[in-house]
Design a protein around this ligand. Structure first.
Ligand code: 13P
Ligand code: SF4
Length: 327
């Protein structure tokens, strides 16, 4: 394909991803992108996409992009009749519980999360029995049923604020052990943990961080708080995906590595051609289930629709809304 033969509209779409997608590969995406843009208008739909979506989704069809916190906040403001959640299942559930009257579509309902899988509502009840009166703070990477058993939710972007907002000496923080330990290191509040882990972030090691500093002198290392505490202790900065992106924009490091999912560095790098992104990264197989053809199919067929039992949704929503009230 020659870029000069593209229509003005296609050329402007391609321009957004030209540093990541070679011209010869663009035709693979172009047809689905055109169809999705048309279907969004036809269905009165918006696409909310997580920062881990591949660049052609993130830059060419998404209306709103962000971390879990931003997607939850934005889901509440959507006017359109249909929300397509380009992310994993718990994100689509959160969008649905905040918008019970809207149609929420997930392009592949098998897009799960190892953290959400690590805990059941019965486990939460057991923790409460073992620690009577201790509030349960649940990471949004959890099922609606687990959120319904919780006092308040948190994301990686607001966990410290949420824990400290409760005005207590001790909390139970579920299900991510590493997020809980990373937060515990920043507060006087005692944090009881659960042994859930993110299969993507648990693979980063402190030895890897040290090797990066030797191999790439001067590199700035940013880590997601789902990484083990030994990793975050050696990183230069720890934050949610949105926080990492903001750090890059604010600090403009010459060389940077984002210890997180692979698409993150791709998506951020587009805005900063002068910054060198070093790319050790781990793929999230769940996030990668979401593709352009599946988004197109979801809008064509209006499937798969996310449903939650209304009584359960009501209880789960309370935990999410309490979180959104913390500023
Ligand atoms: P963020 O809320 O930081 O985007 O994280 C979501 C997630 O799934 C990270 O693995
Ligand atoms: Fe879950 Fe980890 Fe994938 Fe995020 S990156 S969706 S926490 S498995």
């Amino acid at each position: 394909m020659s870029v000069s033969t593209l229509s003005a509209r296609q050329a402007s779409l391609y321009d957004r991803v030209k540093t990541l997608i070679p011209p010869i590969e663009w035709p693979v995406f172009a047809d689905d992108i055109e169809a999705i843009l048309h279907l969004k208008r036809q269905r009165d739909a918006v696409i909310l996409a997580h920062n881990y979506m591949t660049p052609e989704i993130f830059h060419c069809v998404a209306d709103i992009v962000g971390d879990s916190l931003a997607l939850a906040r934005e889901a509440m403001k959507v006017d359109a009749k249909v929300i397509v959640l380009a992310g994993v299942h718990f994100m689509a559930e959160t969008a649905k519980m905040l918008n019970p009257s809207k149609t929420v579509l997930i392009p592949d309902s098998r897009a799960g999360c190892s953290l959400a899988e690590s805990i059941t509502p019965a486990d939460v009840r057991l923790m409460r029995e073992r620690h009577p009166g201790v509030p349960v703070v649940t990471y949004v990477n959890s099922s609606a049923a687990v959120k319904a058993e919780s006092d308040i939710c948190c994301t990686s972007g607001n966990a410290l604020k949420v824990v400290e907002s409760l005005g207590v000496d001790i909390v139970i923080m579920l299900p991510d052990e590493y997020l809980a330990r990373n937060i515990a290191a920043q507060t006087k509040v005692k944090v009881l943990t659960w042994a859930g882990h993110c299969e993507v972030h648990e693979r980063f090691t402190a030895a890897e961080v040290r090797a990066l500093r030797v191999d790439y002198p001067g590199v700035t290392i940013l880590a997601h708080p789902e990484c083990p505490p030994e990793v975050t202790a050696e990183a230069d900065y720890t934050g949610s995906t949105a926080d990492m992106s903001a750090f890059v924009g604010r600090e403009r490091p010459r060389r940077v590595v984002l210890l997180t999912e692979c698409s993150m560095a791709d998506n951020v790098s587009v805005g900063y051609p002068d910054i060198e992104f070093v790319r050790p990264c781990n793929l999230c197989p769940h996030m990668k289930r979401i593709t352009l053809p599946k988004i197109r199919h979801a809008l064509e067929t209006m499937t798969e629709q996310v449903t939650i039992d209304p009584a359960l949704a009501e209880r789960a929503r309370r935990s999410v809304e309490r979180m959104l009230e913390v500023r």
